[in-house]
Design a protein around this ligand. Structure first.
Ligand SMILES: [Zn+2]
Length: 116
C-alpha cells in the first residue's frame, strides 16, 4: 500500500507558467508598478526574463470569493479589494452581486465610483 501523493500539490492550485516557453520553472521577482506579482523565468534557453501573470481567473477561486466578501464586510472599496486581491474591479462587483450571505446583504457597490 503506497500513497504516492505529489509533493507539490499546493502548487497545482495556481500554476505559474512562463508565457514565452511555458516552463513552470519560474520564481517570484518582486512587484510591477501596478502592484502585480512579477515572475522571473529560470529556463536558461528562454528569451523572456521576467513576466507578469494575469490573474483574471483568480476571481473564480472560492478563497478569492471569500476574501472579496470579507473585505466588503470590512468596508473596503471595490478598487481597494481589486488591488489587494490582484483581480479586476469588474470581477469584484460581479462577485458582490452574487453574494447572498446575510452578513453582506448590503454590498458596498452602490455609490462607489468604478473605473472600467
Ligand atoms: Zn521562459
Amino acid at each position: 500500500m503506497e500513497l504516492c501523493l505529489p509533493l507539490n500539490t499546493a502548487m497545482v492550485l495556481e500554476p505559474i507558467l512562463c508565457p514565452a516557453c511555458h516552463s513552470s520553472n519560474v520564481v517570484k521577482h518582486g512587484k510591477s508598478s501596478e502592484g502585480k506579482q512579477r515572475y522571473k523565468c529560470r529556463n536558461p534557453q528562454c528569451s523572456r526574463s521576467t513576466f507578469i501573470q494575469h490573474y483574471s481567473y483568480r476571481g473564480y477561486l472560492p478563497e478569492v470569493k471569500q476574501q472579496i466578501a470579507d473585505m466588503a464586510v470590512n468596508g473596503s472599496g471595490i478598487r481597494d479589494t481589486a488591488r489587494v486581491l490582484g483581480i479586476s474591479p469588474t470581477t469584484v462587483i460581479e462577485e458582490l452581486k452574487k453574494v447572498s450571505s446575510p452578513e453582506v446583504s448590503e454590498p458596498t457597490v452602490a455609490g462607489t465610483v468604478v473605473r472600467t
